[in-house]
Design a protein around this ligand. Structure first.
Ligand code: 2NL
Length: 338
């Protein structure tokens, strides 16, 4: 059996080794309970003193007191190290409110454009784009607007110089697609267009359009109707009623405006539809043979339909917005509502 002196040496070595390995305040407290507390290892050794031969007791008592002082000293040093580390750490205030990460939303025009694009993509249309700075020929001439023809008055234009202008519709992209590709051609062109308008709640100098074009042998007005009615039912709901009304565009013949039954009042008449019961949402028609001749297509061989819609107008109606300028001011109080 180990003598008390041997035990004292063993406990000192064990205590030193354990203290060195301690890395947390909890570990330090467990150490205190095991070694230094009233029922700990060191107190246990003091109890053993009673069984030692009387002549050895003074020396053993001295050795035990030294052990207790040494271990207590090492413990205190370690404990003060932990305390200073804790006070150096910045205080964590768990009652503070969390940090906000404001997330943006998609612009209502972007949302509307993306929905329209995905419907036409699902019906087999591709997407094309082209320059916003155009020449007179692609914006007007090739689209059957003769110089000085009154049709030009309907699209008051920003001219950069005598030939360069800001496109007034996305139709020049269609001209460029037809110049590059033989039929069949089936594409939509979304994008920004510019007109010299008096700025008001209803019109702005900049807006977005989606135009579409399908050219092949034997494309008919029935196909135009089937495709656009399918678009209307997908975009506005399957119960939407519609009507086609003849109109004039320089680049299509025959031409029509499409109206849908007002989705607010269902056709009875309200503020949105200005008591008409109908909303104009789309212009369309069969491509004028003069346009085919401009791009070098054989107008005897091919027919096609085209359509165009203004995105701001659709978004205004859809979200019940009463001023087109809100789309361009980038006021977060407006944008956060979408
Ligand atoms: C509207 C009406 C329309 C077209 C655009 C077009 C393009 C070519 C040939 C023939 Cl290259 N037509 N585009 C046709 C009919 C109507 O837009 O109200 N837009 C806002």
């Amino acid at each position: 059996m180990a003598t008390l002196l041997e035990e004292i040496t063993a406990v000192r070595q064990l205590a030193e080794a354990e203290l060195n390995a301690i890395s947390s305040a909890e570990g330090l407290d467990r150490f205190r309970v095991r070694f230094l507390a009233r029922k700990g290892r060191i107190a246990g050794l003091f109890d053993g003193l009673r069984n030692a031969p009387p002549e050895e007791r003074p020396a053993l008592g001295k050795a035990l007191n030294e052990l207790r002082t040494t271990v207590q000293g090492l413990f205190d040093r370690k404990a003060s190290g932990f305390a200073s580390e804790a006070s150096e750490r910045p205080k964590l205030d768990l009652t503070l409110p969390g940090r906000r990460h404001p997330s943006g939303t998609r612009h209502p025009i972007t949302r509307t454009l993306e929905e329209i694009k995905s419907i036409f993509l699902s019906m087999g249309f591709g997407i094309a784009d082209g320059p916003e700075l155009e020449d007179d020929y692609h914006n007007f001439g090739a689209l059957n607007f003769p110089p000085d023809h009154p049709a030009r008055d309907t699209q008051d234009t920003f001219f950069i110089d005598s030939t360069a202008l800001l496109r007034t519709h996305t139709s020049p992209v269609q001209i460029r697609v037809m110049e590059q590709h033989q039929p069949p051609v089936r594409v939509i062109m979304p994008g920004k267009v510019y007109r010299n308008e008096a700025i008001s709640a209803r019109s702005y100098c900049l807006f977005h359009q989606v135009e579409g074009l399908y050219v092949d042998r034997g494309v008919t007005f029935s196909e135009l109707k089937g495709t656009l009615i399918s678009f209307i039912k997908q975009f506005y709901g399957s119960g939407t009623r519609y009507k086609f009304r003849p109109t004039f565009f320089p680049f299509t013949e025959p031409s029509a405006d499409i109206y849908i039954s007002c989705f607010i009042c269902g056709g009875k008449g309200c503020r949105l539809c200005k008591q008409a019961g109908w909303l104009e949402i789309l212009g369309c028609g069969m491509v004028d043979p003069n346009v085919f001749r401009s791009v070098g297509y054989d107008a005897e061989r091919y027919t096609g339909y085209a359509f165009g819609m203004g995105i701001e107008r659709i978004a205004l109606l859809r979200y019940g917005i009463d001023d087109i300028r809100l789309f361009f001011e980038n006021d977060v109080r407006f944008l956060n509502q979408f």
